[in-house]
Design a protein around this ligand. Structure first.
Ligand code: GTP
Ligand code: MG
Length: 375
């Protein structure tokens, strides 16, 4: 908790230190002039001395930046909430067909007017189905997903749990299920590889029912959709159900705000420098925007969509590959468009220092015993 010295309190009130010390004593606190007292105590003493002013806890640069940003948002936002596309993550056991499923969806449902672009691997992409956009996050790997959640990044609206019909529920299926439940989002099960000999969709339903994930046609509330990522069978049904589940969540965002988003993937490109894929979650991101991302800042020089086409703007639920950051952020880092460049740089620096200090602490031998062992 924040503290101040007795002298600082006296000075800020314009009272004498002696008066402050006496009042403290009357409250059972023995403190000398240079001793620290907490803000709650300071406030009580101030009011007993007859001061009505509320003590303002000094803001950190980070709080200052956020407060400024909030003012700025009020200024620029028209306060309109508009429907946004759902963001969907595909998870499941290794080899059960996550990538193939996404490829098939992508090949048959490219956003109108974008066909022919070269496919880029940016970890996220958008398709259009029945005139509506759907954003898919390439299965980020369970570790990345866990890391992102641990950092408070909530990026997905719906999880598609892929289970191969010829293999059934496996350890990573259960792990994925646990992740989806922890994220507290609806689950849609895609029973994949139904074209295979030995495919047994009912067994998948049975196994997942045992985990409390009961198919809607068995009286539960989870859609199970039989599909084949190979032949394309059932893919349209899957997309329809995803839109239906999304509609029940009434997903909305305000495109008139300064953008906020989460980093999905980032790396150092040998030609373009630091490159990151951001999922815009609120507001609209534009080239020339100045951003704070974790402990990195930068001005967006250019943005691309998942086809490698230049983007002039990225609205809510749009994934964009951005160039112009001064360093490489981490997956799960929050991106904020900011207007106070200087303050943002300061905050970035402080975050970097804090991260460094934390790393030092965690690298220290855990106990004395260990210290001796290493000696
Ligand atoms: P990891 O990324 O390694 O976890 O695997 P994945 O879940 O992404 O599986 P992937 O899409 O790579 O598919 C694994 C294998 O199954 C590939 O050889 C696919 O061609 C095949 N496969 C995927 N879906 C189907 C399907 O519906 N039917 C058949 N017959 N094969 C499929
Ligand atoms: Mg894969």
């Amino acid at each position: 908790p924040p503290t101040m010295t007795v002298k600082e309190l006296a000075d800020s009130l314009g009272a004498s230190a002696a008066d402050v010390i006496r009042t403290l004593m009357q409250n059972g606190i023995m403190a000398t002039i240079n001793q620290q007292i907490d803000y709650d105590t300071a406030e009580i003493i101030a009011s007993e001395l007859g001061y009505e002013t509320r003590l303002v806890v000094p803001q950190t640069d980070e709080e200052k930046l956020l407060a400024e940003l909030e003012e700025e948002q009020k200024r620029v936002s028209k306060g309109v909430l508009q429907p946004r596309p759902p963001v969907i993550t595909v998870m499941g056991h290794v080899d059960h067909g996550k990538t193939k499923l996404l490829d098939t969806i992508r090949k048959t449902n490219v956003v109108a007017g974008e066909a022919g672009g070269i496919t880029q691997h940016i970890g996220a992409y958008q398709v259009e189905y029945q005139g509506r956009k759907i954003t898919f996050l390439d299965t980020p790997g369970h570790e990345a997903f866990t890391a992102m959640r641990a950092r408070g990044a909530q990026v997905t609206d719906i999880v598609v749990l892929v289970v191969a019909a010829d293999d059934g529920v496996r350890p990573q299926t259960l792990e994925a299920l646990a992740h989806a439940r922890a994220a507290n989002v609806p689950i849609v099960v895609a029973i994949n590889k139904i074209d295979r000999e030995g495919a047994n969709p009912d067994r998948v339903k049975q196994q997942l029912s045992e985990q409390g994930l009961v198919p809607d046609d068995w009286g539960g509330d989870t859609p199970f959709i039989p599909v084949s990522a190979l032949t394309g069978e059932g893919i349209q049904d899957l997309l329809s159900i995803l839109l239906l589940v999304a509609d029940m969540r009434e997903l909305k965002a305000d495109p008139t705000r300064l953008a906020e988003g989460t980093i999905i993937e980032a790396h150092l490109d040998p030609n373009q420098g630091p490159t990151a894929t951001v999922l815009v979650q609120n507001g609209t991101l534009k080239p020339r925007d100045f951003v704070l991302v974790g402990s990195v800042t930068g001005r967006i020089r250019v943005m691309f969509d998942d086809k490698g086409q230049k983007l002039r703007k990225a609205e809510p639920s749009t994934p964009a590959r951005i160039i112009g950051l001064e360093g490489v952020p981490e997956a799960g880092d929050k991106l904020l468009v900011v207007t106070d460049e200087k303050l943002a740089k300061q905050v970035a620096l402080q975050r970097a220092k804090a991260a460094q200090a934390a790393a030092l602490v965690s690298n220290r031998p855990a106990s004395l015993e260990e210290l001796f062992k290493n000696a």
